[in-house]
Every structure is written in structure tokens, then in C-alpha cells.
Design a protein around this ligand. Sequence first.
Ligand SMILES: *Cc1c(COP(=O)(O)O)cnc(C)c1O
Length: 419
Amino acid sequence: MPAQYLEAEQTKALYENSPGFVTHLECSMEGNRYEAGRPHGLSMAGKPLLVRYDLAKIAKAVTKQDIEGRAGGFWKYREFLPVQKAENMISLGEVMTPLVPLKHSVPNGAEVIVKDEGRLPTGSFKARGLALAVAMAKEFGQSHLAMPTNGNAGAALAAYASYAGLKTTVFCPDDTPEINVREIALQGAEVFKVNGLINDCGKIVLDGKKAVGWSDISTLKEPYRIEGKKTMGLELAEQYGWDVPDVIFYPTGGGTGLIGMWKAFEELEAIGWIGSKRPRMVAVQSTGCAPIVKAWEDGVEHAPLWENAYTAASGIRVPAAVGDFLILRAVRESGGFAIAVTDEHIFKARDDVALKDGFLLCPEGAATFAAWQEALKTGQVRKEERVLLFNCATGLKYPMPGSDNWLDCHKPINYDQFT
Ligand SMILES: *Cc1c(COP(=O)(O)O)cnc(C)c1O
């Protein structure tokens, strides 16, 4: 073994079989119980299932200090995760994603920090949810997984499933950026472009369940992607010294991350690792696809399907979310709000932050910056508040403006132009 080997291997060496702290699953709408230890889709009411743990037992099994002492990324929180067998904790070299304060693109005195999820395997935070979904599928002996995707989820599923030796079939809208379609294919999934939106792709997966026998890994239609995204909340609490920021701006598509973080804070408070303070949760969408914002403004619990959804920030182009009521509950209970920004503002924000702070946000990440700017203007957020933004994927996966400067090295060069 070389002296310097992959962080993935180092972390893996720390894994042990977990005694398993899961007690049961619970319908997020009706609260009735479902048995752990076997595969589940939605609840009987057609709503997402939430995994419940024996939190008192977790509190006895592990301390904050134990967790802080562990290397690696999200698997260090294994007591809070449902995977039991160490061999199923598949790892592609996850890291605890860094917090990067913005400096030149924000007014003096404002604390605006970006959590850079673009540094995870496959370049997006979809790695968190899909690692967990694949690990659980492996634990249950499922062999063929399928999902609709706008790009990043498919890439994460393909990568982790290939590593785990499972077959995957992925459907994406035919205007999904080519780079996403190719990375999905290259990492071992069978991928199809579909002349529709993500909900049309989702219907293909659902309707094919009987005929093909694949497992549906769609957002919130299996219980474990939330558990993976929950690690963002665990990580944040640890990074803030077992505290939380004042406001979190989250680019909201299916809302898995927002729901997951909310669950993380609830579990951490229950075991006494954080207090009752919660960040104000802000759901950020694009004006071209803003079902959650509309439902928040209308004061309703469910968001009707958004017709003719369009935004270049494809990760948040989700016209209907199964977990709409869970997103809205977290936003309301936290005293937060939902806000939509234009694509124009999103790309201006991306360009500004890249130019001034050298940080290339993805469009969805840029949407959170644009939303913070907007909210600062309207007074929905104050300059003194400690703000956390999510950069959910690497900006390198998205089309960028061209750069056309050109020089002829065989002719004398006019150096005045560089001064
Ligand atoms: C999936 C995705 C989102 C939305 O995340 P949810 O937790 O499903 O709301 C935002 N940005 C990017 C880049 C994504 O891939």
C-alpha cells in the first residue's frame, strides 16, 4: 500500500459494521409507521417516508468529539445513517465541503459564506443522496436502479452504482446539457434523452417498474436520498462549532436538501448537540419555475404543477415536487421565506462573483447569491445576519461565455495592450 493513498481508502478503514440505529420509517404526512430493513417507495398516502432512529441510543454510542476526530466526508456520520454493513458504505473520496467566505462581491461587513458542494465526487451535492440510495439498494439486494434526472443526479447515481456493481437506467429531458448526458453514459449508466420535462421522465420510470423490475430512485420516492442530503445539516453544525448560521439560502428543486437539513437539525437538537435555534430557511427558485415560491406567497400547503417551466439553472427546473409540503413547512417553521430570481440576475450574479472573488458558482448556486442580494434590498434579510449560500455543483459543468482574445506569436507583440 503506498504511503499516500486515497482519502476514500483511509475513511473506509475507519468503517465498521454499524449496530444500526434505525427503528422504523414514518409517513411524512400521516405519521404512521413502516417497517425498517426492507425496500420502500412512497407511503400508502403517496408521500415521502422519513427514516426514524433511536436517538437516545445514538447519543450513547458517539460523541461530538468522536465525530470531529474522524477523517473524510459524509460517511463519518454513519451512526446517523441507515447503512449497516461497512462493505455497502461505498465511497468515491468524499470530502467535508469547505466554507468559502465571499469578500469583494459583498458589501463591507456582510458575512456571506458559500458551502462549496462542487468538490464532491461527480461535482455536485447529488453525490450525498445517491451514495446513500445506492448503498441501501445494495444492502437490500436490488440490482437495477432507474431515475429521471436533470443531469447531476443521474451522474451521481451512475458513478456510485457502477462502483457498487449495480445496473442503472437514466432518463433526462433532451435539452439537458450534453456534458451531463455524457458523464452519465461514461460512468456506466444507460442514458436516454426524452422529449419532455423531468416529470415526463419520472412517469417513464414509474410505469416501467412492473415490466422491467427496476427500483425507482426518483427524488423522495425512496427514503434514503433525504438521509444523504441530511449530512449537509450535520456537516454545517459541526463546521459552525455545533451552532447554525442565521439564514440558509437553498436552491430548491425537489427540495431534498432543505428537507434533509431540517431533519438533521431536529435530530441534533434531540440528542442535545445543538440548541433550539434554527437558521431561517430560504427556498430559492427561478421566476421561470417557481411553484414553491407561489405556494409560499399564497399561504397554501401544496404547490400546483408549474406550467411551461423554464430556467437555464436546470437543477432547479422542477415543476412539481412530491415533498412540497415538507419544504413549505420547514420554510414557515423556521421563519424563513421563498424567493424567485430571474435567469438574467442569476447569470449576472455568477459573472460578478467569478470576476470579483474568483469563485465560479454554478447557476443554481448563483441563484442563491442573487436571492440574497434581492432579499437584502427588500429588507427580508439584514446585513448583519450570518448568511450561508449553497453552491450545489461545480460551475465547470455549465456553459460559460466565450473568450476570443488571440495573438499571432510570429509577429511583433504590442505589449502596451497588457498594461
Ligand atoms: C438537484 C440540484 C438542485 C436542487 O436540489 P434539491 O435538493 O433536489 O432541491 C440544485 N442545484 C443543482 C446543481 C442540482 O443538481
